[in-house]
Structures are given as structure tokens and as C-alpha cells.
Design a binder for this molecule. Structure first.
Ligand SMILES: NC(=O)c1ccc[n+]([C@@H]2O[C@H](COP(=O)([O-])OP(=O)(O)OC[C@H]3O[C@@H](n4cnc5c(N)ncnc54)[C@H](O)[C@@H]3O)[C@@H](O)[C@H]2O)c1
Length: 405
């Protein structure tokens, strides 16, 4: 069976390669020629562990192009294009354009939307385009995306065309994962409700961390462990830290909140989670301002990690970048280092090793949990470890999230 994939970014490239690994022939389309060229040459446009090796291994089953005509004879086509926010609302233009282009060359194809879209989107698009659309949201995590795609916790398939649903179920049968077959709207809502729940979990433990800082004898890591062993709670997303970022949680919570507002409903728990997340940055800045009060312009803050989490080069909505921008606006000088992620930021100095960044800084913030930061020795500097990478000791210069005491 031949499968089409439109959009070859973080999720599209992984989905294409994973489907090829499962035995399918895959044709991937992107409007960005540079991505198509890279993938065709066996290089990946993103950093994702294992992706390049699997791409090369399955090269014969993969074809990449900027030409939608390549999809002419393909009956099942995934749409995995961006769904960003614009003026606080979800921006659907990329999805609409992709479906329109598919329609022009193959109006009988079944479109499978993997992009994250609000409940009602697929039904609206079916009404306007007359095409069959299946909703198949993606739950992959960057950093473990290959594994997550080959063996997801569940596969959600929504639609109103029995035949199409059966075919999409067959595509994912190789995963052996539980399949939820439902309406388009349920499938779309499951994605937002899941992501928002995880965002709430992150902010919840971060608030408990704040409290632990005020209660001597409390350590949020121990508390999270004690909570997480309860099967009803589970240990995931209970790590206090710098807060959530990335290309999903910030935009999906915002879109979900605004979707609910249009229906005169308040998602107040999710709104609080977003607000707690925002305050993570001010907490770090306040600590630095207290320490270097009046000396901001002479103080160099070294930020370790730019990616929104480890094992990805994705810096979209990274808390680290937000922190850097805030520090710069106050007048601090900023140094930074990340082993993989590259960003173009004006007025900061980028270093090619953690050690160099540390040596040239007066204070350090550990912002991303890259394994190489584990137990880094940093002596005689003010350190804020937002990822609990360093050993907790009695050094009064070391401030560890949830344990500043
Ligand atoms: N990144 C994640 O971890 C993640 C997880 C789950 C769901 N999602 C969702 O998946 C979707 C894609 O996310 P991503 O992170 O892969 O985005 P991305 O920006 O990395 O990639 C999107 C790709 O689509 C291409 N594109 C845009 N318009 C196109 C068009 N008309 N035709 C062909 N290609 C087009 C872009 O050039 C880009 O390469 C979003 O809706 C996102 O919310 C992302």
C-alpha cells in the first residue's frame, strides 16, 4: 500500500519514516524544497534520535517531492502541516491549502488529518471541500518520536465513513496499540483534552515546588515520587522545573481556551496552568535580580540549554528563550550554550561548550535537561538549576527548583 504524507516537519518526517519502517511505500510532500532535498539525500531536517538511521535504512520505500502530482494515485494521504496561533486563535490556512491542493489532483483521496485541529474542523472541511476526512491526532513526544509512533499508547481514529475508518485502522494495525474509533469531533477533542491535562500536571507540580521552597524539610522531587507511585496519578509530567514549552502545549492550551470562550465556557483550570507556567520565568528573574541588584548590566548570565527539552533541536516556545529575552530586556548580559539547538538571537553570546559558557558567566541557569549537564561541576558561581541536574549540596550559591532553601 502506498501512503501520502503532506508536511515533512517534526511529525511528518517521523511519520513518513515510521510508516516506511512498517513496510509501506511513502510519498512525502512539502512546500519547503530544502526539506525535500535533505530527506531525499538521507539527511533529516530536524534532530530526532534514530530518525536519520531509519530514514537511510528505508530509503527505497520513501520518496520526497514538492510536487503534489506525486499523490495522484494515492488514496490515503496524511496532512501534517502546522496549526499555529494567530491573534489568539488557531490558524488553519496551512491545513486548508494542503487539502485544497490534494483535492485538485485527487478528489477521491481520503485525507487523514494528523495536524492538531479544534473539534469541528474536519466536519467543516468536509462540508466545504466534499472530501472524506479522517481525524487521526498525533500524541508523539519529540525526543522519543520514533518509538512513540511505532508503539503509541493508543491510536485515535475519528470519522463518519466506515470504509475509510477501517482502512486507516489497517494502516496503524502494525503498532499493536489500542485503537479508539470514534467521531471526528471526539478525536479532535481527545487531543486538546490530553495535551491540556499534561500542561495542568506540569503546572501543578511546579506550584507544589513553589510551596516546598517555603517549607523547610520538603523536597518536591520526593513528593513527586510519592505521588507518582499512585497508579491513579502516575509519575509522568510530575517533574518540577522551568515549565512547559515547545510547539504544542503553549499553542494548544491557548487555542483550546479561546475555543471554549467562543462557546461561553471557561477552561479556568487550563488558564491557571498557563498563568503558572508564565510565572516560572519571573521566579528565575526575581532570584537573579535579588542577587545582582543594581549590577545587571555588568552581570553575565549563562543559560545552559536552548531547546524546549532534551533530545530535540526544537526551540519553539522554549522557556529558555523566553528567559533569555526577559533577561536582555532588564539589561543583563546573556551567554548561552546548547549541544544541538541553534537559534539566531541578537545580543547574546553563544558558546560551543558548556564549560566555556560557564567560565565566561557570573551566574548560570540550567534550562534544558541535556544529559551532558548532569553533575557538571560549577564552583563559585550563583547557579539556578531548573532541571535538577546538579547534585544538591550545601552550597548556598546553588538554587535548585523546589528546594531553594
Ligand atoms: N511537534 C510535535 O511534537 C507535535 C506533536 C503532536 C502533534 N503535532 C501537530 O502536528 C502538526 C505539525 O507539527 P510539526 O511540529 O511537525 O510542524 P513543522 O512546522 O515542524 O512541520 C510542518 C511542515 O509542513 C510544511 N507545510 C506547510 N504548509 C504546507 C503545504 N500546504 N503543503 C505541504 N507542506 C506544507 C512546512 O513546510 C513544514 O515542513 C501541528 O498541527 C502540530 O500541532 C506536533
Amino acid at each position: 500500500m502506498k501512503i501520502g504524507v503532506v508536511g515533512l516537519g517534526y511529525i511528518g518526517s517521523v511519520t513518513s519514516v515510521a510508516l516506511a519502517e512498517a513496510g509501506y511505500e511513502v510519498v512525502g510532500i512539502d512546500i519547503d524544497e530544502s526539506k525535500v532535498k535533505l530527506l531525499s539525500a538521507g539527511e533529516t531536517p530536524i534532530y530526532e534520535p534514530g530518525l536519520k538511521e531509519m530514514l537511510v535504512k528505508n530509503a527505497k520505500k520513501l520518496r520526497f517531492s514538492i510536487d503534489y502530482n506525486e499523490l495522484k494515485d494515492i488514496n490515503y494521504i496524511f496532512v501534517i502541516v502546522p496549526t499555529p496561533n494567530k491573534d489568539g486563535k488557531i490558524y488553519l490556512k496551512y491545513v486548508e491549502d494542503a487539502i485544497e491542493k490534494i483535492k485538485q489532483i485527487n478528489k477521491n483521496a481520503v485525507v487523514i488529518i494528523k495536524s492538531t485541529v479544534l473539534p469541528g474542523t474536519a466536519s467543516n472541511l468536509m462540508a466545504t471541500t466534499g472530501m472524506t476526512i479522517i481525524s487521526n491526532p498525533e500524541f508523539t513526544k519529540e525526543g522519543t518520536a520514533i518509538e512513540d509512533t511505532l508503539k503509541p499508547d493508543r491510536v485515535v481514529i475519528g470519522g463518519n465513513n466506515k470504509n475509510a475508518i477501517e482502512e486507516v485502522k489497517k494502516i496503524w494495525e502494525f503498532t499493536g496499540s489500542p485503537i479508539i474509533e470514534t467521531t471526528n469531533e471526539n478525536a479532535e477533542m481527545i487531543k486538546y483534552a490530553s495535551n491540556s491535562f499534561l500542561a495542568v500536571k506540569v503546572s501543578y507540580i511546579n506550584e507544589i515546588a513553589n510551596l516546598c521552597e517555603k517549607v523547610s524539610g520538603c523536597d518536591v522531587e520526593v513528593i513527586a515520587k510519592g505521588m507518582g507511585l499512585d497508579k491513579r496519578i502516575a509519575p509522568y509530567f510530575l517533574k518540577a522545573g522551568i515549565g512547559f514549552g515547545g510547539s504544542c502545549f503553549p499553542k494548544d492550551t491557548a487555542a483550546f481556551i479561546s475555543f471554549a470562550k467562543d462557546l461561553n465556557e471557561d477552561l479556568s483550570i487550563i488558564e491557571s496552568a498557563v498563568s503558572v507556567n508564565r510565572s516560572r520565568i519571573s521566579r528565575i528573574v526575581n532570584l537573579l535580580e535579588d542577587k545582582f541588584n543594581g549590577k545587571e548590566t555588568m552581570t553575565r548570565i549563562g543559560v545552559l540549554g536552548l531547546a524546549f527539552k532534551a533530545n530535540t533541536d526544537d526551540t519553539r516556545e522554549s522557556q529558555s528563550i523566553k528567559l533569555i529575552n526577559k533577561l536582555l530586556s532588564i539589561g543583563f548580559k546573556v551567554n548561552a550554550y546548547d549541544p544541538i539547538a541553534k537559534v539566531k538571537l541578537e545580543n547574546i553570546s553563544l558558546f560551543s561548550s558548556a564549560r566555556e559558557c560557564i567560565e565566561n558567566s557570573d551566574a548560570i541557569v540550567v534550562a534544558t535537561e541535556w544529559p551532558e549537564f548532569k553533575n557538571l561541576e560549577i564552583k563559585g558561581k550563583f547557579v539556578i538549576d531548573m532541571r535538577r541536574m546538579l547534585s544538591l549540596n550545601n552550597d548556598s550559591n546553588l538554587k535548585v527548583v523546589g528546594h531553594y532553601g
